[in-house]
Design a protein. Structure first.
Length: 254
């Protein structure tokens, strides 16, 4: 077995077409396209040896090139961001044992430290195929919200299930102790060889009903290590979300 320390690379999938917000990666935040904010934050992570935007659109590639970033052109017919991630990982020519961190292109405020948090388990344990982040829910309205995916995990920190429904279900609402709910954040770290295997798997039935790709890994018997982080995510799903990001950036700069 090789003792070579795996490289950690960040790949940021960014597509132009979107049902809710076309051209989202190029939306301006404080005068810079959103994808630039994401890339610049990734550049601040010491463990990353490479940061690459995976896109299917020349306009995004041109913007990334304009601020000095790296990009790779991928097919336009991918059904998921993970498929785009896997193609990009093959194109940039990294080794099978290297770690690919999937950074969402619509999270321009992510704290750089969370990249090290999600990649850390795969560096420490070469047998782990995949890791992701979770956050303890503090806003009660998120518990029943299907847009906030909940998770439960075992005593070793490995995911048992992800659901859009509240899990665990509290059968006795009068019980004095309330369950702790954890939501899934969309940051993943993959072993490159597993990433290629993963996208070759057929859709799982849990995945089909919940519309959650990570359930495919669990259904086919793979381990997903969950890492509890103290950092919540701020996603840009609509043009209205840009205003919130602008305000938060002003607060951070104050």
């Amino acid at each position: 077995m090789s003792t070579v320390e795996p490289k950690v690379v960040a790949i940021i999938p960014a597509r132009y077409q979107s049902n809710r917000f076309e051209g989202k990666p190029l939306a301006l935040i404080q005068g810079k396209p959103m994808i630039q904010h994401v890339v610049e934050r990734a550049w601040r992570v010491p463990m990353l040896s490479q940061v690459v935007v995976a896109t299917d659109d020349e306009r995004i590639a041109k913007a990334v090139e304009g601020f000095g970033g790296s990009w790779v052109m991928t097919r336009s017919d991918h059904t998921t961001g993970t498929d785009r991630l896997a193609e990009a990982a093959e194109r940039i020519g990294i080794a099978d044992q290297d770690v690919v961190v999937n950074i969402q292109g619509d999270q321009p405020l992510f704290p750089p430290t969370i990249v090290e948090q999600v990649a850390g388990p795969l560096i420490a344990d070469p047998s782990l195929p995949m890791a992701t982040l979770i956050y303890r829910i503090v806003r009660p309205e998120e518990i029943a919200d299907p847009n906030h995916v909940k998770t439960v995990f075992d005593c070793h920190g490995n995911a048992l299930y992800f659901s859009r429904s509240p899990i665990p279900f509290q059968r006795d609402p009068g019980e004095p102790q309330q369950p702790t709910y954890y939501k899934h954040l969309g940051f993943y770290a993959y072993r490159k060889r597993f990433l290629l295997d993963f996208v070759g798997l057929p859709e799982g039935q849990w995945e089909r009903f919940e519309k959650l790709e990570q359930l495919r890994a669990l259904e086919f018997g793979y381990t997903i290590r969950v890492v509890l982080t103290s950092h919540d995510s701020v996603e840009v799903d609509t043009p209205k979300d840009l205003l919130r990001v602008e305000q938060l950036l002003l607060t951070q700069a104050a």
